[in-house]
Write a protein that binds this ligand. Structure first.
Ligand code: SAH
Ligand code: SF4
Length: 349
């Protein structure tokens, strides 16, 4: 059965008009989905016959939750969803005082294949449809509503490379902003990319005030070619100007992600190279201590060395923060719950 989320606003309006329903019904249906209705029958202000017809024509979600895990005393929860066709993806909710952030997936697997990343280890499956991305947020919003919370922020830092599924990602950002559905402003959305330079330029032209995060991880091509293999196609000399141009056109500071791999990219030399590469005014560096992944040769750094590395970067005038290690027990870094589920036979690739 077709998921209702796969209908665009105008498709839904047309479906309702064919049934002689007034124009405001589309907003009512979207509103119920955004508020986390568990079924069409729950949509009390719709006529009973319409509710029955909706239930006979559509599924409420394109996603089927198959596995969950939780960490940080319940502050971090992760859900593995089965998609149509059998693939699985995961989404993580992180609860903070006053805000709740969803880490969303845009692809099954990832074609970029970074050697430290659980998602990058497996084969690439497929792109998610825009509504499969949005339904992760709708499901998270429903779960949060039950706790008296609101989904406030979305980060494209789950499985996949969002810029390699560009059209669906941009459509999903617009759909998340729909005030009738979730009303999550693009200002509260972060798109993280390994650095697909032409798409960064295209995104700058969309007029969407999202935050761009660049997964840098190395400030010299020789190392970045290994850690983020797409660097061989779009080297630092093209990536950094593209990010700078995005910042200039959007007026929004770009954030640079740096997974700290002990002894690999946390040396004095790395801090110096980074200091030379970035312009303090327009950049913000976010250090992410490596969350160990089975089968990779990398080690997590200890807290002290991450702090020392942050200090060294700061001494070059750059703004630096250290990401907390939320969700370690929830296998929360990028593809790790799915990797465990596949290992344990609880899910298929
Ligand atoms: N493909 C995009 C978005 C998903 S990954 C990108 O690479 O930017 C989101 C972030 O998680 C990236 O910065 C990525 O490098 C980081 N990441 C991946 N695996 C990790 C791990 N095992 N530990 C810590 N961070 C990781
Ligand atoms: Fe893909 Fe991002 Fe993982 Fe690299 S870090 S393999 S780009 S999901």
């Amino acid at each position: 059965m077709t998921p209702i989320s796969s209908l665009s606003r105008s498709d839904l309006a047309a479906w309702l008009a064919e049934r002689s329903q007034p124009g405001y019904r589309a907003a009512q249906v979207k509103g119920w989905l955004g508020r986390g209705a568990g079924s069409f029958a729950d949509m009390h202000d719709l006529p009973a016959a319409l509710r029955a017809e909706l239930a006979g024509s559509f599924r409420l979600s394109s996603l089927d939750p198959v596995l969950q895990s939780s960490a940080d005393g319940g502050a971090t929860t992760k859900v593995l969803y089965q998609l149509d066709g059998g693939y699985t993806v995961e989404a993580v909710v992180m609860r903070y005082p006053g805000r709740s952030t969803l880490c969303i997936s845009s692809q099954v697997g990832c074609p970029v294949g970074c050697p430290f990343c659980a998602t990058g280890q497996g084969p690439f499956g497929r792109n998610l449809k825009s509504w499969e991305i949005v339904d992760q947020a709708v499901d998270a919003a429903r779960r949060l509503t039950e706790e008296g919370r609101r989904l406030s922020h979305v980060v494209f830092m789950g499985m996949g490379e969002p810029m390699a599924n560009y059209a669906a990602v941009v459509d999903s950002v617009r759909a998340l902003a729909d005030a009738d559905l979730l009303g999550i402003s693009p200002r509260r959305v972060v798109i993280s990319t390994a650095g697909l330079v032409p798409r960064i330029g295209q995104l700058a032209g969309e007029g969407l005030p999202v935050t761009l995060a660049i997964s840098l991880h190395a400030a010299r091509d020789e190392l970045r070619d290994v850690l983020v293999p797409i660097n061989r196609k779009y080297p630092l000399g093209e990536l950094v100007p593209a990010a700078r141009d995005f910042a200039a056109r959007s007026g929004r500071r770009v954030s640079y992600e740096w997974v700290v791999l002990a002894g690999v990219n946390d040396t004095d030399r790395d801090a110096e190279e980074l200091g030379r590469l970035l312009e303090p005014r327009l950049a913000h560096v976010n250090l992410i201590p490596f969350n160990p992944v089975n089968g990779t040769p990398y080690q997590a750094p200890d807290r002290r060395s991450v702090k020392a590395f942050a200090e060294r970067i700061r001494s070059h005038g750059l703004n630096v923060t250290i990401r907390d290690t939320r969700g370690r027990e929830a296998d929360a870094a990028c593809g790790q719950l799915r990797a465990r589920a596949i290992r344990e036979g609880a899910a298929t690739a």
